[in-house]
Design a protein around this ligand. Structure first.
Ligand code: CTP
Length: 436
């Protein structure tokens, strides 16, 4: 096994493989033992990609991280309170380093009391056996696996097994993690683990956790490649009342998610403004769609979702139906569609595009995203000043009017744009002094 893992470590992308071997050398020099742990080890054994390195050091993890940062020119962000540090390098390289620790949960669902420990303690405090393995990186044990709790056996038998009966009482967010891993890897929850989950649910433990911790786990679910089966499993186990009463699972989500993904790919390839979409926010829009607006606002606040997330979810809830209705009208000019769509986030627009069954709505959104939203004017502010306009807020009004006329195909070239500007100048000067 040691040789197999040493080989696997060699096949990692060069910056990762280089970092791991240099970190191992440094640990030797500093007289420390260092290990790769957590999801990194699990995914290395599964042969799937995992891009964040997780290291545990028996000893002072922060001092080790600082020395790594100095030697390897990486930026170090230390979190003294937790005894952890993160190293950041080029092209998104990231490695988390922690001191090996023991955890004791004095109260259910609260953060644990932490004390120094060895690798065996550090692995025991973890959620599932498949996440509780380590690989040595010191020279004498480079590539050696430390599997005290049967993680490899469970990986092979595709089993999610908690470490002990109180795991979900100590940390109820693990219930969400259990179903996430179960569906991500197509594993099954081991029967006792499922029983412990049910016992924690019966004690309403999901109602006892700090909401921002649940939010982080929910976001991870929304970001999964196949999130809907996870949501379905969660619904079957405990419903969503721990998030908000009134939320329900909808059978249509799976098909909607597929259409949403397809639309997001299409957007990336064809939209005039190239930008990748936060598809997890699009799924959040769907997930929370059924809530009454007031309840939705309360939920966004209570879980402290990020401003950008809440803004788009609320906007979809408020605007999507009206938008679809308006875009379906027969005699809508392209500039009118532009005005309806322009204030909205791309995630909202693309979601309406993906889910609408109306051809006219789809065509209008497509024209907006591919053609009209890329419309550029020849006329600029300085041209208006040159014509004798006094700079002020009416500049925007005039430029927008030119843009809308252009979107409607009424203007060709700079001269026609200037002609419209002059016409507007005359019109506007009747109401206010806009000329010098
Ligand atoms: N962990 C835990 N209990 C939690 C969260 C994390 O025991 N509530 C441990 C697990 O050992 C996990 C490790 O911390 O493997 C790292 O956590 P995280 O990065 O959240 O999980 P990964 O296993 O890396 O999962 P993913 O592939 O989704 O990043």
């Amino acid at each position: 096994m040691k040789n197999v893992l040493t080989q696997k470590l060699k096949t990692l992308p060069a910056p990762m493989a280089g970092f791991i071997s240099q970190a191992g050398d440094l640990a030797d020099e500093m007289g420390l033992r260092a290990y790769l742990v957590g999801g990194f080890v699990r995914d290395l054994l599964l042969g799937s990609g995992h891009f964040d390195i997780d290291l545990v050091v028996e000893g002072d993890g922060i001092r080790f991280a600082q020395e790594c940062g100095r030697r390897l020119s990486l930026k170090v962000v230390a979190h003294g309170h937790f005894g952890t540090a993160t190293l950041h390098g080029l092209e998104g390289f990231k490695a988390d380093i922690a001191s090996a620790r023991k955890e004791i949960y004095e109260k259910p669902a609260a953060l644990p009391c932490v004390s120094k420990g060895g690798i065996k303690d550090d692995l025991f405090r973890r959620d599932f056996t498949i996440n509780a393995m380590a690989i040595g990186i010191n020279r004498h044990c480079y590539g050696e696996i430390f599997d005290f709790y049967g993680g490899r056996r469970d990986l092979e038998s595709k089993t999610i097994r908690a470490m002990h009966p109180l795991s979900f009482i100590d940390d109820p967010t693990r219930i969400l993690r259990a179903v996430r891993f179960e569906k991500r890897f197509s594993f099954r929850l081991e029967s006792r683990t499922l029983l412990w989950i049910r016992q924690a649910l019966a004690r309403r433990m999901l109602f006892c956790v700090q909401k921002h911790r649940l939010r982080d786990e929910l976001i991870l679910i929304f970001k999964e490649r196949r999130p809907v089966p996870v949501l379905k499993r969660l619904w079957g186990l405990c419903g969503y009342s721990f998030i908000s009463p009134g939320l329900v699972y909808r059978e249509g989500w799976n098909a909607a998610h597929t259409r949403m993904q397809k639309a997001a790919c299409w957007f990336a390839a064809h939209a005039a403004h190239k930008r990748s979409l936060d598809t997890y926010v699009m799924l959040m829009c769907l997930f929370f769609e059924g809530l009454a607006l007031r309840r939705l606002k309360e939920t966004m606040l209570a879980f402290a979702f990020r401003k950008g997330e809440s803004r788009r979810v609320l906007s979809y809830r408020k605007d999507a139906a009206v938008l679809e209705r308006r875009l379906a009208k027969q005699d809508l000019r392209p500039s009118e569609a532009y005005r309806l769509l322009e204030p909205l986030a791309y995630e909202v627009v693309v979601l309406v595009y993906a889910l609408s069954a109306k051809k006219r709505v789809k065509d209008r959104i497509r024209d907006y995203l591919v053609v009209h939203h890329g419309t550029r004017l020849h006329v600029r502010g300085e041209d208006l000043a040159f014509l004798g306009f006094r700079p002020g807020p009416h500049f925007k009004k005039i430029l927008m009017a030119i843009l809308y006329a252009k979107v409607d195909g009424k203007l060709e070239g700079k001269n026609e744009e200037l002609a419209l500007a002059k016409k507007m100048m005359v019109r506007l000067s009747r109401c206010a002094p806009v000329c010098r």
